[in-house]
Every structure is written in C-alpha cells, then in structure tokens.
Design a protein. Structure first.
Length: 435
C-alpha cells in the first residue's frame, strides 16, 4: 500500500502488456469476486446492493477493496491472493470482494464518505452481510518487503470471518408456541409460580418478533456473537443478547442479568426450530419451555410487530434551554454535566414542563456517553402525588409498591419510577437494557 503522494509515480511502474495497456495479470477471477475490476464508470451504490443480496444469501461478509488501475500495490494484492491457495480458500468460504475505484478524476466521494478516511491504497473495508460497516483495514499492515505477508492476511481474514457458525447471520422472524412446565425443575415444597405470560415479569421471558444474528463477537468472548433487535421491531428489556453455534445447532440467550430465556435450535429448510426455556437466579423456581421457530427474512422488510406496538412511556425530558435530554442519546452539548462520586453527572440546566420544579437533574451514561438513566430530585417534603395522578391519567395506573411510597410504569425499553417519600422525592426514567 502507498499513500496519495505517489499515485502518478505508481502509474508509471504498473505492469504494461505488449499492447501498451495496463493489466493486472491475475488470471481467471475467483468466484468470491462480485466486482472484480476497477471501473471509473461503475456505480458503487448499485454494486454494493448486488453484493449485499448475494452476501445475505450465502451468509458471507463483504470486503470493499478500494484502489485503481493506476495502483501497483492493488495489482500485487490481486496476484498474491491468486498465488496463495490458503488465502483464496479462506476468502471463498467467508467473503465476497467488491472493488471500488478511486482516481483523481473519480474519487467516489459520496460513497466512500460513509466509511473512515483512507490512508493509502489499496484499502479494505469489512462489511457485514447486510452492508453494515465493521472494520477499516490499512493494507500497509499486511505488507512484507515488496509484497504481502500470507500469515498477516490470514490472521486478518480469520479475525473478521463469519466462519462456519457465522454463516447463519442475518434477520429472522420468530414464532412461538405455548408455555409448558419443565417438571424436572419443579421443587415440590415450593409454591407453583404462574406461567411466564401470566406473571408480572412476563416481559423478562419474552422474545421479540424479529432477531438479527450478527457476525460480530461479544466483547471478550471467542465463541459468542451478538444478537440485536432491529430498531423498527418490538423490543425486549434484555441487556445481554448473544448466540453461538455451528451449521447444525444454534443457542440463543436473552438475559436481563438475573433472568431470561435460552433457546436451543436446529436447522430447517428456511431457518431454525427448537425449544426456548426460561431461567432465573431464584433458586427452586419452576422453569417453563415452549417451541420456537426462526424463519430467515430480508433485514429491510417490515417486522411482524413494529416498535410502536409497545406501551408508550416518556424517554426524554425537555430542558429549560429547549434542548431534549433523551435516553439512548448523548447529553446535550449545552447542558454542562458535572461528574459525581457515584458515577452520575449533574446537569446545570433544569428541566421544564411537568418536571419543572425539580431541584437537580442527574444522568448516567455508558462508555459511549449515551444516556441510559435520568433522575430528577426534588426538595425534601415536596408532594409528588399530583404528578403521579397526572402520569396515571396519561399512561395508565402505575404499579403501587405497597409500603414504599413508590410507583412503577414500565414497558420493554423504559422504566419510570416515582418515589413520593417525604425525605427524598424523585422521578427516575431509565432504559433497563443498559443495566
């Protein structure tokens, strides 16, 4: 790889055929190339759409190879791939390559601006099968002397490869059967609890109507991969979602940290089917199980149950400077948050609207500075009962925790808690998925 300072020099030293035309000398292209040549007239958006469709069908990841016919190291990379069977085989099993042209005349700025800046050419971007950006790879790190290094390239491909288990990534619509007790887990002397769908915590054992199995590994794990729920689909309150498996078995775990479901499935003609079983950290609690089926679908299609079907609860607080403080977003720039010993941050800007009389606003953020907890504190003795009545009128009666002067409202992504105690009245809105 070389930087932009020398593209004209590189043009002069590209291999020139007998006809005087610049040629790549890579021979017959392997089938993992979707776009095998550099073409200034090509539309990379259209090329990516075709590549994405094939990647999702085949359960592979996408390598965008950015360069041009002028680029000597681009041709060296092509030849190196062809001449090293181990690299070709690894690409064949897990990747599709799409070349994107960069020249002084056509820099494809609109397309390439979606991704991190390129330090030199050729450059590689790793995308998931649906086109989601995963990784930016400078090829200088893969070079050795005047060529490339086989071990380094294989390590890079292995690190980002979908491998055998990851070949099942994609979106799936979920169908569920009826709950039945797992009698072997029942403790005779314990009271028989209600079925998961009858209990107050039924949402803890719910599974969303659409899941997306990703090829990205869970941080710190070599064998577990991420599960997400598309934003436009009905959500779940779980903070830990993962999967692991092979081509003939799949295990999906959805957990709040203390309870959830474990699903064990096997392949079918259009997805997976098996059994989902509850778990809890409560000792002796009867477990339940039910049939579960996953059917592969296009990630861009409408989910069977949209996110709007969930019970509506507030997820934001308007501040007096008219900026919104929103769960799942960063703290507004003008709010000036001050860190506290507890890890929370105090805002200088006070709230407005129904929260206007709060004395203090605290927020908690994750390591990406995303807000997951908003707490409004009121002076001692302040009466919050009118606010409880106002919220009950708008969102329905909350759960009254007897003897605690506290009320709860919750759905799959939001919990609102009001403590009307005379010593420390407060309102808390938080996203349980971050706990």
């Amino acid at each position: 790889m070389r930087t932009l300072l020398v593209p004209l020099l590189l043009t002069l030293v590209c291999h020139v055929g007998e006809s005087g035309q610049i040629v790549a000398q890579v021979g017959e292209q392997q089938s993992f190339y979707v776009v095998a040549g550099y073409d200034e007239t090509a539309d990379p958006f259209a090329d990516l759409e075709l590549t994405r469709e094939r990647a999702q069908r085949e359960g592979k990841r996408i390598l965008l190879q950015v360069g041009g016919e002028w680029c000597v190291w681009c041709h060296i990379l092509d030849r190196f791939i062809q001449e090293h069977a181990a690299i070709s085989e690894r690409l064949q099993s897990g990747y599709l390559i799409m070349k994107v042209t960069w020249t002084f005349q056509n820099q494809n700025r609109r397309f390439l601006s979606q991704y991190p800046e390129i330090p030199g050419y050729p450059h590689l971007y790793v995308l998931d099968s649906d086109g989601t950006f995963l990784h930016s790879q400078p090829t200088l790190e893969l070079e050795s002397g005047r060529s490339y290094n086989e071990r380094r390239i294989l390590e890079f491909l292995e690190a980002w490869s979908p491998d055998e288990a990851n070949a099942q990534v994609g979106c799936f619509d979920v169908s569920l059967g009826d709950w039945a007790p797992v009698e072997s887990t029942y403790v005779v002397d314990s009271p028989r609890p209600p079925r998961p769908d009858e209990s107050r915590d039924s949402v803890v054992y719910s599974i969303p109507p659409r899941l997306r199995l990703q090829g990205e590994r869970v941080r710190g794990s070599a064998r577990r991969f991420l599960v997400t729920v598309p934003e436009n689909s009905l959500q779940v309150p779980h903070s830990f979602l993962s999967w692991r498996g092979t081509s003939d078995s799949l295990r999906i775990v959805l957990s709040t940290g203390f309870a959830g479901t474990t699903s064990t499935l096997h392949p079918t003609s259009d997805g997976w089917s098996g059994t989902s079983r509850t778990f809890s950290d409560v000792v002796g609690l009867l477990r339940y199980e039910r049939p579960i089926t996953l059917r592969r679908v296009d990630c861009d299609s409408e989910p069977p149950v949209p996110a709007s079907a969930d019970k509506r609860l507030p997820r934001s607080v308007e501040l007096r400077d008219h900026s919104p403080l929103v769960l799942g977003q960063s703290v507004p720039a003008g709010a000036l948050a001050h860190p506290q010993r507890s890890g929370a941050k105090t805002l200088e800007v006070k709230p407005s609207g129904m929260w206007a009389v709060a004395d203090t606003v605290l927020v908690r953020v994750d390591d990406q500075d995303v807000v997951f907890h908003i707490e409004m504190r009121y002076s001692g003795g302040f009466d919050l009962s009118p606010l409880v009545q106002e919220l009950a009128g708008e969102f329905g009666a909350g759960d009254d925790l007897r003897g605690t002067n506290s009320f709860f409202w919750h759905n799959r992504t939001t919990t609102m808690f009001i403590d009307t105690g005379r010593s420390r009245p407060r309102v808390v809105i938080f996203d349980p998925r971050f706990n």
